[in-house]
Design a protein around this ligand. Structure first.
Ligand code: ATP
Ligand code: MN
Length: 299
């Protein structure tokens, strides 16, 4: 199959069959015109650069089916009303995880958090705004450090507060999951994010804050985890938004605009739908689990 333009070909051998089917579907639907090169390869996911027909850059995050830590993922999926009743089949978990990151990115965007715009997701593949210049991804905070520590730290802590106000705790904030863009720090990698009703949400919130406070310690900003934590949770209580938000997310968790098919809380166990873009139809075409798992499992 043709995965990319010949001059920038990615070896098809790097993808399992299940993933290849999903990518070919995105190519066929013209969501992307080519899948170009890896930006990052990790334990849980690989991120690729892709190009649209009109030459725009996109980031394609592909969750690994073979090496992901399913047990760890399950811990972050429990108590999330958006993912009620998903089985412990590894495809279901990965697909729910992908959708979870997608929905968390939607919540973040709506809350005004600096984060990549999520375009669409299907099965274990999530397509989002590319953060970079030309085809070059911006550096992470870990790689680049901070040139304006005071405002960078404040921006990140404000974003954590915005997420909390919107009912979300990122739960994996660190210098590795922040990209230093020309518009300041952007928060990525939202798959672990939990709703504030998750039993460990506040523990995760404190840890997120602490990671930032600890990272910026070398810049001597005098930040204190407990102070920042109290500020964030008391702001929330003062504004009385907590309850309203919780209700909202339990009632209608982020149905993607224009997509009449997926996205509701009750169909999370299904992964047949491409979520996120109204113009993609044929969502139940065969790129999903139906014929793939058996083939992939044994490999
Ligand atoms: P793993 O844990 O397996 O390493 P991950 O789950 O941490 O993967 P991310 O943190 O989301 O995956 O992304 C990994 C890297 O890919 C980032 O550090 C960044 O360099 C790049 N990246 C992620 N999202 C984007 C994006 N939207 N635009 C450009 N680059 C991105
Ligand atoms: Mn990461």
């Amino acid at each position: 199959m043709k995965v990319t333009k010949p001059e920038r070909k990615i070896e098809t051998g790097v993808f399992d069959r299940h993933t290849l089917l999903v990518i070919s579907k995105f190519l066929k639907k013209r969501v992307i015109e080519s899948l170009d090169y890896p930006i990052s390869t990790g334990k849980e996911a690989d991120v690729f650069h892709a190009t649209t027909l009109d030459g725009r850059n996109l980031a394609v995050k592909i969750f690994r089916i073979e090496t992901s830590t399913f047990r760890a993922m399950e811990d972050y999926l429990v108590s999330d009303p958006r993912f009620k009743g998903i089985s412990d089949n590894k495809f279901d978990i990965i697909n729910a995880w992908t959708r979870k990151e997608f929905k968390n990115l939607q919540i973040m965007e709506e809350a005004g958090v600096h984060s990549p715009h999520p375009l669409i997701c299907h099965a274990n593949v999530l397509i989002m705004e590319f953060l970079g210049v030309g085809g070059m991804a911006y550096s992470t905070l870990f790689q680049a450090g901070s040139l304006a520590p005071e405002s960078d730290a404040r921006s990140i802590l404000d974003d954590i507060a915005r997420m909390y106000r919107a009912g979300l705790v990122h739960a994996d904030i660190s210098e590795y999951n922040i990209m230093m863009t020309d518009k300041g720090p952007y928060i990525i990698d939202a798959g672990q994010g939990v709703l504030i009703k998750h039993p460990k949400a506040h523990e995760f919130l404190r840890r997120d804050i602490d990671n930032i406070v600890r990272y910026f310690r070398k810049y001597s900003l005098g930040l204190d985890t407990e102070t920042e934590y109290q500020k964030i949770i008391s702001e929330e209580i003062e504004h009385g938004k907590l309850r309203r938000r919780k209700k909202k997310f339990q009632r209608e968790p982020e149905t993607p605009a224009g997509d009449g098919t997926g996205g509701g809380a009750d169909d999370e166990e299904g992964e047949g739908d491409i979520v996120g873009a109204g113009e993609i139809e044929g969502a139940d075409a065969g790129a999903g689990r139906d014929d793939a798992p058996e083939n992939v499992d044994g490999e």
